[in-house]
Design a protein around this ligand. Structure first.
Ligand code: XMP
Length: 319
């Protein structure tokens, strides 16, 4: 019933018909939905699409480079890469409250995106990777409840402020369909089947104040964890897995010396809907390997712990 080449042809035809010869901008985050939307719209209208990729400095290791290589390099799409790390770090300086951090990151994101959009005065459309569950959620009671616990940042309200029409080619699709579409459009499997990553990124995985030094340490620890999960075949068996930076120091020994360095917590969960979750029963040998590698390879971290809290009462993210 779901004939992919036919679906793509039809979607491309609809986008061309809707947009005509007008220009479109799209906020590319590196996430599955915006990536698939970008690939589909690019297939339909090529250079009439400009992607704006805002790097807030809180992305995973090499994420920015991979997004640029894929979209600008391989697909030859127009992509504006904005490195706004300094701006985000500046505004986050001294801020420790999780909700405050989310608000700042969300607000700055909109600001940077808007400034870029204004440099493209010919754009008449704003494309978004809204998928069917988002459509339902924005009217549902379930999400309202979730929102009071943690405010999830998005760019809602942007099209009105910018005076743009909204283009949402994935609106009828469920997540698995979006992933299949992504693969059919030539996106790499690893990009399309990636675990979800929160909009505020490492900003909510560095407890308390966000500092450049912390983000750099966390990125490396997280990359080691994910590498080892993939190598052991556990990545696809977990719904979400990541490292969390704890800004507390503990004592260790290294050779003849004493160390006094930071702690990283590993979190891996299995869940259907992200409303409830079980901690993943990763093999001890795998956890041991990850811990050894992080402590040996990431100078500044001398202790690794594993989070065995379920949701509820703990949330998946630590903030
Ligand atoms: P929690 O921590 O509430 O997370 O159990 C449930 C799911 O939501 C993601 N999450 C966010 N996603 N902006 C996002 O885009 C946010 O501020 C945010 N906070 C949590 C989290 O990664 C998990 O998948």
């Amino acid at each position: 019933d779901w004939n992919m080449p036919g679906y793509i042809d039809e979607a491309v035809r609809k986008i061309r018909e809707q947009v005509g010869d007008e220009e479109v901008i799209l906020g590319l985050s590196g996430g599955v939905d915006s990536s698939v939307a970008a690939a589909l719209i690019h297939r339909a209208i090529g250079d009439q699409l400009t992607c704006v990729f805002v790097d807030h400095g809180l992305l995973r290791l090499n994420e920015g480079r991979m997004v640029m290589e894929m979209f600008a390099g391989r697909l030859h799409a127009r992509v504006v890469h904005v490195d706004a790390t300094a701006q985000f770090m500046g505004h986050l300086n001294g801020v420790t409250d999780p909700e405050q951090k989310r608000k700042i990151i969300g607000r700055e994101f909109v600001e940077v995106f808007q400034a870029e959009a204004q440099k493209l005065p010919n754009a008449k459309w704003l494309a978004q990777g809204t998928i069917y569950p988002d459509v339902i959620e924005s009217g549902g009671a379930k999400s309202k409840k979730a929102h009071t616990i943690k405010s999830h940042h998005n760019v809602g309200g942007l099209p009105e402020t910018l005076g743009l029409k909204l283009l949402e080619p994935l609106r009828d699709l469920f997540k698995d369909e979006v992933r299949e579409l992504g693969v059919a459009l030539g996106l790499p499997h690893d990009m399309v089947y990636r675990h979800p990553f929160p909009g505020p990124g490492l900003g909510v995985r560095i407890l308390g104040e966000v500092k450049q030094e912390y983000a750099d340490l966390l990125r490396r620890a997280d990359a080691i964890f994910i590498d080892e999960l993939r190598a052991a075949g556990w990545y696809d068996k977990t719904s979400q897995a990541f490292a969390v930076f704890l800004p507390v120091k503990s004592v260790g020994v290294m050779g003849d010396g004493r160390t006094y360095e930071y702690v990283v917590a590993l979190r891996a969960v299995e869940t259907q809907d992200f409303m409830t979750a079980h901690w993943a029963e990763l093999p001890h040998s795998l956890l041991g390997k990850v811990s050894n590698r992080i402590i040996n390879e990431v100078r500044g971290i001398n202790r690794v712990v594993y989070d065995i809290s379920g949701k509820p009462p703990a949330t998946i993210e630590w903030e």
